[in-house]
Design a protein around this ligand. Sequence first.
Ligand SMILES: C[S@@+](CC[C@H](N)C(=O)[O-])C[C@H]1O[C@@H](n2cnc3c(N)ncnc32)[C@H](O)[C@@H]1O
Length: 299
Amino acid sequence: MYSENPRRDTLLFMRASLTNLLALFPFYLRLGNRSGRGRANERPEDAAAYFLRCVSDYFAELAVDASFVRGKRVLEYGPGDTLGVALLLYAHGAETVHSVDHFPVHRITSQSAAIYRAILESLDGEARARAESAFVEPGNPQSGFDPAKIEYRVTRHGVSGRRRHYDLVLSRSVLALVDRLDETLADIAAALRPGGVSIHKVDLSSHGLDRDRPFDFLTWPDPLYQLMYSRKGRPNRLRVDRYQALAKAAGLRIRKLAPTGHLSDAEVAFIRPRLDPAFRDVPGELLSWLGFWLVLEPY
Ligand SMILES: C[S@@+](CC[C@H](N)C(=O)[O-])C[C@H]1O[C@@H](n2cnc3c(N)ncnc32)[C@H](O)[C@@H]1O
């Protein structure tokens, strides 16, 4: 296996394998911040701006405006600890927004309530009134979301289990972390109503697991990688060619597939011969993708 520091990487393997065992216990899953939002040192206005950007990115990639969500039933995978996207989509007129996650990371804290208040402040008119009405006590984030409007569930593997229920299914920085991408794609195919659409921003980076070079997390032999990370919501390491094949197998048509960034040719040339064999056959250009937008439709 590729290593620039075998002693460090042996210790890393031992530590990561141990914490992967601890992840069998629910208390471990509550540790750490998986979403990057809701941190005490992030200003609520900055977190609110992140969610506004997420939503405007979805509309831009779908080439629609906010009126697109009016009356739609929406499903979001992996919202993280703050349901900012759900709140904004409900504000823009979604009938319901359901959020589903594998990890129980969402809860109302003073920090997330401040973020919801900053989101409310960014809205006016009908959108503001709708957003305020999403809470049990209208306008009071501390009272929690009215589940008839914005629902949050934790399920095995983070799938919805619903059939022909949603008009819009979306996620950001989630699909590269799900442990069973085939099941998530099958869930999308089953959950969409005819005419529905699904949009995902996929981050193929190592999420902090590279040691010395970009994509060197792809050099761990798969059995070792699974021992270290299988239960912790870490990258599943699948590359874009697998998304194409699994979407097709799930009965989903790819309407759009657009990279969001690339490794340089020199970086790809360095890492390719050192990859775990599972990744050596990833077609030339596709190996360089750092992430992508994916828009799916039922056939
Ligand atoms: C990087 S966070 C992204 C959160 C949010 N979408 C955002 O943009 O800030 C990843 C999310 O995916 C969820 N997730 C991680 N592993 C998962 C899995 N195996 N199945 C389903 N969801 C998972 C995490 O719990 C978390 O909510």
